[in-house]
Design a protein around this ligand. Structure first.
Ligand SMILES: Nc1ncnc2c1ncn2[C@@H]1O[C@H](COP(=O)(O)OP(=O)(O)OP(=O)(O)O)[C@@H](O)[C@H]1O
Ligand SMILES: [Mg+2]
Length: 469
């Protein structure tokens, strides 16, 4: 009989993928954000309270999501799963399925696994993806367990080209993909990854949705690179740089904004994640043959560079997605009005999904009738997300946002200076910070003017009335 793999072999990314596949097989749907947080948090023995705080929902909501998930897993696995026995039960089930040799290996690694029992029933799209991986050269290794699967991808060809050029032609070592929540950053990068699976010897995708200190993050990377991590952080970083010099690697770090502090100007590191500043600088400055892509809603100084031709640093700001294809399959009517709807919602696929659901429910899918009402509706989901964002920005930015929201036209810096009780320094830093969060755009006419994102502006006008001075 084969010896059992050691328990330490099961890590949280593997577990998430395992549970996700079990759930997809039964329900046809992937785990959503809160379900993932419940799985991850329970695995790490956190309370529902801790999990609720991390994903900005109530403890009761987390409890409900947990209860439903335990019920579903109990049905799937045919045994009683609850919060208290989740870790031990899932560990055992996972190891049993691994022991049946159902893990597939890339260059001897077991980080991408798929028990056949489950993979046999995956959708054709998933199967195709696995076949792609299995037929690749054995010297390639990739760990994309937490990267989303892309089902539809529209437009953004020039952005794909920019990423390709930066990586292949310009040898850019640190690339940041930036923009508002929902604009399509993760989708774009994953699409790029799918198109370039063969280009890198080693590919690792990690998310900082629930950030960890740099040392743990580097340990995790070294572990994926099959390296035994040395003692000190300094040595570990050197070890990692050796790998990046030796092999052509692509490391993707999603949701980077979570390491930045709330209620301060954009791009300020939280104390416990301050080390990432050095890490990003090091990735750009030290010579190696690999690439790091940072995905973030917020820009920090290390992502910016005054001369992109000279330095191996690139910032890719994602603009509106203005392709009507994005509304295909939504069931909306009046196709000739779609572009107007897309422009109204600033080409943000997440706003568009939310409004499409509302138009179907209230207007029976008649886009023209919805637009005829002439108002920019902020759905409940948008309100929730903007509320989190408004709470995240600094008090100086909140003042600027409240003032800017009063005007439909762009406003000059001088006007803002006169109307707000802010020093020149606070005003200018505040405006820069709002730009680094993609909430304010600079418009250059005969003068330089500033304009709030119109969807966010509508939220502020309607939902922050009590905060207006
Ligand atoms: N180019 C695209 N083609 C088709 N759908 C897209 C595209 N870009 C984004 N989407 C859709 O919009 C949704 C949001 O995109 P994505 O998760 O990439 O946004 P994001 O910018 O990473 O947001 P966040 O900062 O909140 O993580 C995706 O689930 C996807 O369905
Ligand atoms: Mg994302």
């Amino acid at each position: 009989m084969k010896p059992l793999p050691s328990v330490a072999f099961v890590n949280v990314s593997q577990l998430l993928q395992f549970v996700d596949r079990l759930v997809v097989e039964r329900t046809g749907k992937h785990l959503d954000d809160v379900q993932r947080a419940v799985v991850e948090g329970t695995w790490e023995r956190q309370t529902y309270d801790d999990i609720a705080q991390k994903c900005y929902v109530t403890k009761n909501h987390v409890g409900d999501v947990g209860a439903e998930l335990w019920q579903l897993l109990s049905e799937i696995l045919g045994e009683d799963i609850k919060k208290t026995n989740f870790r031990s039960s899932l560990e055992r089930v996972y190891i049993e399925s691994s022991d049946n040799s159902n893990i597939y290996h890339i260059n001897g690694s077991n980080n991408n696994f798929c028990p056949t029992q489950i993979s046999n029933q995956l959708s054709p799209r998933n199967k195709l993806y696995e076949t792609d991986i299995n037929t690749q050269s054995t010297s390639h290794y990739r760990d994309l367990t937490v990267a989303p699967q892309i089902i539809n991808f529209y437009a953004r060809q020039s952005e794909i080209q920019t990423l390709s050029n930066s990586i292949s032609n310009d040898n850019t070592r640190l690339i940041s993909v930036l923009g508002l929540s929902g604009i399509g950053k993760t989708t774009l990068v994953k699409r790029f990854v799918d198109l370039n699976l063969q280009e890198f010897e080693l590919m690792i995708w990690r998310s900082l949705r629930f950030p960890k200190p740099l040392e743990l993050f580097v340990n995790d990377l070294l572990n994926s690179c099959k390296q035994e991590a040395k003692e000190t952080l300094d040595d570990k970083l050197k070890q990692l740089l050796d790998v990046l010099t030796d092999k052509k690697c692509l490391i993707i770090l999603d949701d980077v904004h979570n390491i930045f502090a709330t209620t301060q100007l954009a791009g300020q590191y939280q104390t416990e994640y301050q080390d990432y500043q050095n890490f990003f600088t090091m990735m750009a400055e030290v010579e190696h043959q690999s690439h790091v892509i940072l995905i973030s809603q917020e820009q920090c100084a290390e992502m910016e560079c005054l001369d992109e031709e000279l330095y191996p640093i690139k910032c890719l700001d994602l603009s509106d997605l203005d392709d009507v294809a994005i509304l295909k399959g939504t069931g909306l009517k009046n196709e000739d009005s779609w572009l107007k709807l897309i422009n109204l919602y600033e080409g943000n696929p997440v706003y568009l999904k939310s409004i499409a659901i509302l138009i179907k429910k209230i207007f029976d899918g008649e886009v023209a009738e919805f637009l005829g009402d002439n108002s920019l509706i902020i759905t409940k989901d948008m309100q929730y997300n903007f509320h989190q964002l408004f709470k995240r920005i600094s008090p100086i930015e909140q003042q600027l946002v409240l003032e800017l929201s009063k005007f439909d036209q762009p406003v000059s810096r001088e006007y803002l200076k006169q109307s707000l009780d802010l020093s020149s320094m606070d005003l200018i830093n505040g405006l820069q910070s709002l730009q680094q969060r993609y909430l304010v755009r600079k418009i250059k006419e005969d003068k330089i003017l500033f304009k709030l994102s119109s969807v966010f502006q509508e939220y502020v006008k309607n939902c922050c009335l009590n905060l207006q001075p």
